[in-house]
Unconditional design. Structure first.
Length: 231
């Protein structure tokens, strides 16, 4: 196993925390990012248990200043895999006439624009890696082909925008492997207890898919088992 350094946003809960723990268990280095790392007990324990293999950094993905400050803090440090995991689901299954437009704007700020700012600020770190990868955590709900029920306007639209960003990034940076990754319907605070996939199963699959991905896979839309999804 070749040890890699992974930067993951949104590690305070759910998929991000499960991925952080699994990567550390597998022997990788992890930089965990969230809005308040000092206030998260799980991150203290990760630092205690894994010492030099775990660091935390403050990033609010909707705040460009916090992203720039984190990038300055990590300047010159190679990052092999950047995982844009932080995301929100704000609108629920509402009709167009009932939408809270502030929630729609916030969804784009976190789910679409945030990953763009993070990729831009940390591209220098990625370019220090021999095999850089960007994983944009999207959703099958961002697929226009798969959308048979409508609703969830803000979430669907912001994830579709993230998918397009993934393809654009892959085209602009041909030496970086970029994946749009659907983690499955996962038992988290967002996914709910009825979801069929445990976080541990999801992140184990994601890590395997990302590890095995090469530049020929860049720009693909995949699920956590490596299956191609329709745009």
């Amino acid at each position: 196993m070749i040890r890699k350094t992974w930067l993951i946003t949104g590690v305070s809960r759910g998929i991000g925390m499960a991925m952080m723990n699994e990567l550390l268990r597998r022997g990788h280095n992890v930089i965990g990012a969230c809005r308040n790392p000092e206030g998260e007990r799980d991150l203290w324990e990760a630092k205690r248990d894994w010492k030099e293999r775990f660091d935390s950094v403050r990033i609010d993905v909707a705040d460009h200043a916090s992203i720039a400050a984190a990038a300055k803090q990590l300047e010159g440090r190679p990052i092999d895999v950047l995982v844009n995991n932080a995301g929100i689901l704000k609108d629920g299954d509402k009709l167009l006439r009932n939408l809270d437009m502030n929630a729609v704007q916030q969804s784009f700020a976190v789910n679409s624009i945030g990953p763009m700012m993070i990729a831009r600020c940390f591209m220098g770190n990625l370019e220090l890696s021999a095999d850089p990868k960007v994983v944009n955590m999207t959703s099958l709900m961002g697929s226009m082909t798969d959308n048979k029920s409508g609703g969830y306007y803000a979430y669907r639209m912001s994830k579709a925008a993230l998918n397009m960003f993934s393809v654009c990034l892959a085209r602009e940076f041909p030496k970086v492997t970029v994946l749009a990754m659907h983690p499955g319907w996962v038992k988290t605070a967002m996914g709910g207890p009825q979801a069929p996939t445990d976080p541990e199963d999801s992140v184990s699959g994601i890590i395997d898919v990302v590890t095995n991905a090469t530049l020929k896979d860049s720009g693909r839309y995949l699920d956590f088992r490596g299956r191609e999804l329709p745009w």
